[in-house]
Design a protein around this ligand. Structure first.
Ligand code: ADP
Ligand code: MG
Length: 334
């Protein structure tokens, strides 16, 4: 079981940022309205994720850590041959197999909190009383301490932290109602406050993507009963561009897809605008209209009606670009 977990960990736990992604997604699944992420030394020393969600009941704590015990694979040599495995439901088990993991949680119904602890080789899980408000804290320490080959693949702390920062940015852009904080080595680095009003959304966008982007961007929102597109777009001024801000979400998941960049290039060309544009775009469509690659590390999609989706996005972007181009005209005339 331990070996299988370590193999699964290779898929789910590529680096500290992938641990953060899995843990934060669990917080969202638990209905949290606040998520705090504390990192030490780029995540190699310590990754702590705390939420105020539903919590995990005492009798499910150990299960959450040690589930999916399987002995399908006899040795680490077989690792290469099972890369097509499905690893859903194995994040915590995987992370606990390559770190020192502590899970502390309290549900609304329970009078007190409980803590479960699992360490590397021995999957024996100990459960003891603890102090914790309603919600869950997952602490993963000494990542890859028992898989030296993987530990050697970790980059400089700053590089790993930048990946974590980017991971949280992606999630925060998709979940404006959730308050996120991120700290590194005891210092608060990011604070994304929950946003409800337009002004709060603007401030949050600035905090996540840069205030320069938030100020330059126009919002767009368009749709029919099948497709909805909303988000914002900014065009560079010739000196400074925004190509570092390019986020495309399909049904709430970040994806990499050439379609949106193609549509953007076309929209910009149509209006004779600079190609240095940045965007945060959310596309929503019926799930049966899109295939999402199941590989946890990839973020690819295939639209069944790619042409139609492309033209729909092009229309939305073109309107936004003409709005931006139009609003720039008075400045040029003066
Ligand atoms: P999955 O999310 O795919 O079910 P995980 O290994 O990520 O698998 O989590 C295992 C289980 O532990 C979850 O199904 C959930 O019941 C519980 N869990 C994990 N993290 C949290 C959390 N932050 N809050 C509440 N429950 C959690
Ligand atoms: Mg999960």
């Amino acid at each position: 079981a331990q070996l299988a977990n370590q193999i699964a960990a290779g898929e789910v736990v590529e680096r500290p940022a992938s641990v953060v992604k899995e843990l934060v997604e669990n917080c969202l699944d638990a209905g949290a309205s606040r998520v705090d992420v504390e990192i030490e030394r780029g995540g190699s020393k310590r990754i702590l994720v705390r939420d105020n969600g539903l919590g995990i009941a005492r009798e499910e704590l150990a299960l959450a850590l040690s589930r999916h015990a399987t002995s399908k694979v006899a040795s680490l040599e077989d690792l290469e041959s099972i890369l097509s495995f499905g690893f859903r439901g194995e994040a915590l088990a995987s992370i606990s197999s390559v770190s020192r993991l502590t899970l502390t949680s309290k549900t609304q119904e329970q009078p007190e909190a409980w803590q479960a602890y699992a360490e590397g080789q021995e999957m024996a899980v100990k459960v003891q009383p603890a102090a914790h408000p309603v919600g869950t804290t997952v602490l993963a320490e000494d990542l890859f301490f028992n898989t030296p080959a993987r530990r050697r693949f970790l980059r400089a702390d700053k590089t790993e932290f930048n990946h974590i920062d980017e991971q949280l940015r992606r999630i925060a852009l998709a979940k404006p109602a959730i308050h996120f904080t991120l700290s590194h080595n005891g210092k608060l680095v990011r604070q994304y406050r929950a946003a409800r009003t337009d002004k709060q959304h603007q401030q949050r966008l600035g905090a996540i993507c840069s205030h320069r982007f938030a100020e330059a961007a126009v919002t767009l929102s368009t749709g029919n009963e099948q497709l909805q597109l909303h988000g914002c777009l900014a065009i560079g001024d010739g000196h400074q561009g925004f190509s570092e801000v390019q986020y495309f979400y399909v049904n709430g998941r970040v994806v990499r897809d050439r379609l949106v960049n193609h549509a953007l290039r076309q929209a910009l060309e149509m209006h004779g605008q600079s190609s240095d544009a940045g965007y945060v775009l959310h596309l929503d469509l019926p799930p049966q209209e899109v295939d999402v690659n199941v590989h946890p590390a990839k973020h690819e999609v295939r639209f069944h009606q790619a042409r139609y989706v492309h033209d729909f996005i092009l229309q939305g972007l073109s309107d936004a670009v003409s709005q931006l181009a139009g609003s720039e005209m008075p400045d040029i005339d003066v």
